[in-house]
Design a protein around this ligand. Structure first.
Ligand code: IMP
Ligand code: MG
Length: 179
């Protein structure tokens, strides 16, 4: 696609990372009641891959939040669009997200879910952009660290598009600087 500057993370690299995270999660939560909460929309592809590398029984649910409008800059505003249906009280919760950028979204989500009486709330993210952090978040299961570039693919969008690219790609700067 002509909006791609270059591929940053290949499918093979993503697969390897997902496999490793899946086996760690399976070990750590063995014998525990775990609810995995995927953050829509961005987390859907990573979660679909990760869930199939987890070898223990888990509940799966989704939450939909929005922190970005159609632009490539965070608004800092987090809005719950769809909440989970599962009662997480007395259970372990693992939030699965596509990327941690400023950390504002995850920070807000963790605080919200903690008010519902879970035994623990931890985070798993496919990608980490540590250079832009505004809120401190502890990510127990961290995927691949990336530089301060706007990326698309593997669930990540620009203005709602390109989530279906199988690799993580850098978006051409002139695509969003023209806006
Ligand atoms: P945070 O609250 O700034 O950590 O933002 C997290 C959310 O911003 C992610 O779930 C993504 O939807 C979005 N986001 C952050 N960086 C990128 C990027 O490089 N490409 C696409 N979406 C991004
Ligand atoms: Mg998102």
């Amino acid at each position: 696609m002509d909006v791609i500057e270059r591929v940053l993370i290949s499918k093979e690299e993503l697969d390897r990372q997902v496999e490793e995270l899946g086996s760690r999660i399976s070990k750590d939560y063995e014998g525990k009641e775990l609810v995995i909460i995927g953050v829509l929309k961005g987390g859907f592809i990573f979660l679909a891959d990760l869930a199939r590398k987890i070898t223990i029984p888990v509940d799966l649910d989704f939450i939909s939040v929005s922190s970005y409008g159609d632009s490539s800059k965070s608004s800092g505003v987090v809005k719950i669009i769809k909440d989970v249906d599962t009662n997480i009280s007395g259970k372990h919760v693992l939030i699965v997200e596509d990327i941690i950028d400023t950390g504002l979204t995850l920070n807000h989500l963790v605080e919200l879910l903690k008010t519902r009486g879970p035994l623990s709330v931890k985070i798993c993210a496919a990608l980490d952009k540590p250079s832009r952090r505004k809120a401190e978040v502890h990510v127990e299961y961290k995927g691949i660290e990336i530089p301060d570039e706007f990326v698309i693919g593997y669930g990540l969008d620009y203005a709602g598009k390109y989530r279906n690219l199988p690799e993580v790609c850098i978006l051409k700067k002139d695509v969003y600087s023209k806006k």
